[in-house]
Design a protein around this ligand. Structure first.
Ligand code: GRF
Length: 198
């Protein structure tokens, strides 16, 4: 695909979803290209992965910086890189309302539950405690409320009798790695089509 949407990925840790997003171009011809990976954790493993994919990185600790000020730094970096869509991939910071408004429905997130169930943390443990038959993951547009924006894609896995939070998390993660690239691709494809039509 000649025209690609420029994506910035925000991470805080392991970066397995970032890896899946970056690796997708080996399997498909996605409508997106990752132009920068930014992190609030300078030692995040995901930054090492980004470098392996030759993706420019930016990192600064948020510690001691007010939320709005930190978000303004991230925002400036993303705009400097010409980012059009943001993909949160294990970004463990709440974003300020100013930041979210500034990106006007152009921020996606992946959450390890079947939203609207189990927003927030410890989703797998809570799904087990809730006696759910299915768990899963959701890709949604980020709005001001935590894990609350419109869901654009979901994948389910069946909960097994002997599941622990860890075994369930592992099986859901396999689905996350398939779901997120495909959902981001579809989102960007639509953006390009809307642009061409206007
Ligand atoms: C994933 O489970 C994702 O759903 C959640 O945070 C975790 C990040 O994992 N938002 P990784 O850093 O992508 O490996």
């Amino acid at each position: 695909m000649a025209d690609k949407v420029r994506v910035g990925v925000l991470i805080s840790g392991r970066g397995s979803n970032l890896e899946a997003l970056a690796d997708y171009k080996r399997k498909a011809d996605p409508a997106y290209e990752i132009v920068v990976v930014a992190s609030n954790v300078p030692e995040a493993r995901g930054l090492v992965l980004a470098k392996r994919f030759d993706i420019p990185t930016w990192a600064q600790s948020h510690k001691g910086v007010k939320r709005a000020e930190f978000d303004a730094l991230v925002d400036a970096e993303l705009r400097r890189s010409g980012v059009e869509v943001i993909a949160l991939a294990g970004y463990m910071r709440l974003l300020s309302p100013e930041f979210i408004h500034g990106w006007n429905h152009r921020i996606l997130n992946i959450h390890p539950s079947l939203l609207p169930d189990y927003k927030g943390l410890d989703t797998h443990q809570r799904a087990l405690m809730g006696g759910e038959e299915y768990a899963g993951c959701s890709v949604h547009v980020v709005t001001e409320e935590l894990d609350d924006g419109p869901v654009i894609a979901q994948a389910r896995v069946r909960v097994q009798a002997r599941d622990t939070a860890e075994t369930l998390a592992q099986r859901v993660l396999v689905e996350e790695h398939k779901l997120y690239p495909a959902a981001l691709d579809a989102f960007c494809r639509k953006l390009l089509a809307d642009r061409a039509a206007s």
